[in-house]
Design a protein around this ligand. Structure first.
Ligand code: MG
Length: 154
């Protein structure tokens, strides 16, 4: 099993990308890459399951090669690395924590996009969304968080 968690601030002037899907919203997630918090959490779950460290260790944010890079490219590379070490990806389950916008209409699109990038059947990739119930920084809409677990086997 691997676990991943990530959090990015919501800022003005950026597109909101979650699970590789652009969501219409007045703010987007800030960060060096496209700040796709869901993809980052899934990457860390996959890396964790294979004891391969974390995303920042493989793709340092201060490295100019990764500035503005699509997180989907990172996810494809992480899936490749995990498989190259003899692991098969079993299933992935993820939760996005967002007060706004409403994400449920986009979940199927996210699943489809990410299952393609990871070369996984749709039915082993689960993405859920949970409201922080107006509590704390996430509840005030200051950012969006994501949690993911991944089962690997060999
Ligand atoms: Mg991140």
């Amino acid at each position: 099993m691997g676990i991943g968690w990530d959090l990015h601030p919501l800022v003005e002037g950026r597109p909101l990308l979650l699970g590789g899907v652009e969501i219409p919203f007045e703010r987007g997630l800030g960060g060096h890459s496209d700040a796709d918090v869901l993809v980052h959490a899934i990457c860390d779950a996959l890396l964790g399951g294979a004891s391969l460290g974390d995303l920042g260790g493989h793709f340092p944010p201060e490295d100019p090669r990764y500035r503005g890079i699509s997180s989907l490219e990172l996810l494809a590379e992480v899936a490749r690395m995990v498989r190259a070490r003899g692991w098969e990806i079993g299933n992935v389950d993820a939760v996005v924590l967002a007060q706004a916008p409403r994400l449920s209409p986009f979940l199927e699109q996210m699943r489809k996009r990410l299952s393609e990038v990871m070369a996984l059947p749709l039915e082993v990739l689960s993405i859920k969304v949970k409201s922080p119930e107006a509590l704390g920084a996430l509840g005030r809409g200051e950012g969006i968080g994501a949690l993911a677990v991944a089962l690997l086997r060999r």
